[in-house]
Write a protein that binds this ligand. Structure first.
Ligand code: MG
Length: 307
């Protein structure tokens, strides 16, 4: 961690002065889907190729196996009740884990099975928004091989009360991470279609959409291009800054798309989340390991999910 960090030059120090990247634990094959569980004092995340879910307790420093044979679970978040909502590559579903009891919420649209839901967020109204790229049906080590039954890779909104699922963004090649701005006026979704191609073509950017009445998205535009690597996972802080994974660092962009901070990480970064006692610890899921660094901000949804 000797590489110098690019710090923000404005008055708000996003990463605390003197804060250093901490290595917390290792042992996964590919780490994804981190979420902070305040009641357990633990970070939970997926080791997708290991087909298991791990937890790291911040007080004891102990890493434990939460569950095995998990059908290649990927991204996760919390709903308003504090239950874990997670993506299942193997079941091609969005599921709820309530104290270890896992139930499927949705696994099809319009009579077709989903591809392999990758990442998920819960909106202020309780609806579940998720991305559905093919990574869990075209790679045997990340799921179960299968067909893209609806023939595309959409972003969906699922209302768990009414049981209604509808596509909300259909112009991405392979949608991956996603997050709302504070107030849910903008939706950010990464497109990582470069990931599985050997010829270097494909997208490695984050798109932004204006969120309008009736959850309609408009003004689709490329927000930033990520290099090196891709934005496998992203978060938005309470100030509206966008924190994203890349090949060699966590990159932080202002709402107008300017790179304002960069946190070098010695392994390829998969995904990130805020958590810890005050919600200001950034946890970084990076290949085999979990790292953390102390920041001055919380996730945009902190007040809602801190329980
Ligand atoms: Mg992802």
């Amino acid at each position: 961690m000797s590489e110098k960090r690019r710090g923000s030059s404005n008055s708000t120090r996003l990463v605390l002065d003197g804060a250093e990247l901490r290595h917390l634990t290792s042992g996964a094959i590919w780490s994804e889907g981190p979420v902070w569980l305040a009641a357990r004092g633990s970070l939970r995340w997926s080791d997708i190729p290991g087909n298991r879910i791990l937890e790291y307790n911040l007080v004891s420093g102990v890493t434990s196996v939460y569950a095995t044979d998990v059908e290649f679970a990927n991204g996760r978040t919390l709903d308003h009740s504090g239950a874990v909502i997670q993506c299942s590559h193997g079941r091609r579903a969005i599921e709820r884990d309530l104290n270890g009891r896992v139930t499927t919420l949705v696994d099809s649209w319009n009579g077709h099975r989903l591809n392999s839901p990758n990442d998920v967020i819960v909106a202020n109204d309780g609806a579940i928004w998720f991305t559905d790229p093919p990574y869990g049906i075209v790679q045997a080590h990340e799921g179960r091989l299968g067909e893209r039954e609806y023939g595309a890779n959409f972003v969906f909104r699922f209302d768990p009360i009414g049981g209604v699922i509808e596509p909300v963004a259909t112009d991405l090649e392979e949608p991956n991470g996603l997050a709302f701005s504070p107030g849910e006026r903008v939706l950010y979704v990464s497109d990582t279609s470069v990931a599985l191609r050997s010829d270097g073509t494909g997208n490695h950017h984050i798109r932004a959409y204006d969120v309008g009445p009736g959850f309609s998205l408009s003004n689709s535009r490329v927000f930033v291009v990520i290099t090196p690597g891709v934005s496998d996972g992203l978060r938005v802080d309470r100030l509206g800054n966008i924190w994203t994974s890349s090949a060699d660092a966590v990159q932080v962009f202002s709402p107008d798309g300017v790179l304002i901070d960069r946190i070098p990480v010695p392994e390829v970064v998969g995904n990130i989340c805020f958590g810890g006692e005050h919600g200001t610890t950034l946890f970084i899921a990076a290949t085999t390991s979990i790292y953390s660094i102390e920041t001055s901000v919380t996730d945009a949804t902190f007040a809602r999910v801190k329980s």
